[in-house]
Design a protein around this ligand. Structure first.
Ligand code: NAD
Length: 388
């Protein structure tokens, strides 16, 4: 079977650009997976995701080789810094990296007495930058069994929704020049929003590739009625769309998208957008699902490499108590299988196992409701692994 991956080809201008190319599916003897256990509940939830990957390995006769990588507080404790050069180099050698959350209690942990560049979160920014991860993908999926956690009305939810927000991560307003000056006695601040066509093209290709593995629909979100950067965004997205005739593309203004997410989230498959719009829309999309312990995420670059992690933090308040919900991390592992290792069938099996366990009424404490069976972190991991 052939798959489509982004690659480098010559643009009509003579420049080398990223375009969609067809490549042979490669089945490796062993995939290298970097494992960042992280801080707080990180080691507990990553342990459960590894349990699930072990089951996948057996069932699909696919070997995984694991490389342990220290990041955040765990690295500070050993090396005095949140990410060493060696740790970054080890991550670069992998086909994909699975990560728990990092960081501690920001008021009591000694890590937060260190200068800002030596704190746990500095390691997170450094690894994302060092690995060249320019796209962030956050799914928002409403499980039938957890409908009660959704703040939307029953008639809007219907039989649930399943969308992902693909957000550009390294350009736009958050990375543009900024300054505050005093002019005629008035403080004046300016932030600049810059995108070049290559930055837009590479994330658009990633978005369309993701859509090809889903329901083949992309909604590109911009503010093209006002911003030049959005008009360029729309032009380049239209160009990329020509390489994906199977994918339905529509454009939506960001203010409308914010409304549509709460009015009719079912209409979306892949929402493709720039950095700041994506920051806001991905949080909005997550909140309409209502359960923080269920939300996975991925940071991607060109090709198939990705860093996969839950959307939530390290929850120091419940760390070490076998209470944390490991499902966001297990679903992150499912995304790793699908998007980095091209093991779609295995990813489907993991997602189906999660659904099955919820259907059977098992809940960790954060999603517990009346009449359900409460289980611990390790029990939840065992239950899911057993259903693959
Ligand atoms: P948090 O997401 O860790 O916790 C918020 C609340 O949700 C807490 O009550 C926690 O117990 C609960 N919670 C979170 N995940 C859960 C899970 N899987 N199961 C059950 N309950 C869960 O946010 P916070 O308390 O603001 O941050 C704690 C630490 O995490 C801080 O150091 C912060 O910087 C860090 N953080 C890291 C990441 C990351 O690694 N990408 C992201 C966000 C926050």
């Amino acid at each position: 079977m052939n798959v489509y991956k982004p690659g480098n080809v010559k643009h009509k201008t003579g420049k080398v650009i990223h375009r969609r190319i067809e490549i042979e599916r490669v089945k490796k003897m062993a995939f290298k997976i970097g494992v960042i256990r992280g801080d707080g509940i990180g080691p507990e939830i990553v342990g459960e995701a590894l349990k699930v990957l072990q089951k996948v390995s057996e069932k699909y006769s696919q070997e995984f080789e694991y490389t342990e990588i220290l990041l955040g507080g765990a690295s500070i404790d050993v090396h005095g810094e949140p990410l060493t050069k060696e740790a970054l180099a080890a991550a670069k050698e992998c086909d994909a990296v699975l990560m728990g959350s990092i960081g501690g209690d920001t008021t009591t942990s000694p890590w937060y007495k260190l200068p800002a560049n030596l704190r746990p979160e500095a390691g997170l920014l450094a690894i994302r930058k060092g690995l060249g991860l320019f796209a962030n993908m956050r799914p928002a999926y409403l499980y039938e069994e957890l409908k009660d956690a959704c703040p939307l009305k029953e008639e809007i939810i219907g039989d649930g929704f399943d969308l992902v927000v693909m957000r550009e991560l390294t350009g736009g307003l958050y990375f543009g020049d900024r300054k505050t000056t005093e002019e005629n006695g008035l403080l004046t601040a300016v932030d600049t929003l810059t995108y070049n066509e290559e930055e837009i093209r590479r994330i658009a290709i990633r978005g369309f590739d993701i859509a090809m593995k889903r329901r083949k629909k992309v909604t590109s979100v911009d503010k093209a009625n006002v911003l030049d950067s959005s008009r360029l965004w729309r032009k380049v997205v239209n160009e990329v769309a020509e390489d994906y005739p199977e994918v339905e593309l529509n454009h939506m203004l960001v203010d409308n998208c914010a409304m549509q997410l709460v009015r009719d989230p079912k209409q979306f498959d892949v929402i493709l957008t720039e950095n700041m719009f994506g920051d806001i829309l991905s949080d909005e999309a997550s909140m309409v699902t209502g359960s923080i312990g269920m939300l996975s995420s991925a940071s991607l670059k060109e090709g198939s490499f990705g860093l996969y992690e839950p959307s939530h933090g390290s929850a120091p308040d419940i760390a070490g108590k076998n209470l944390a919900n490991p499902i966001a991390t297990i679903l992150s592992a499912a995304m790793l299988l699908r998007y980095s290792l091209n093991m779609d069938e295995a990813a489907d099996a993991v997602e189906a196992a999660v659904k099955q366990v919820l259907k059977e009424g098992y809940r960790t404490v954060d999603i517990m409701s009346e009449g359900m069976t409460q289980c611990s972190t390790t029990e939840m991991g065992d239950l899911i692994a057993a259903r693959i």
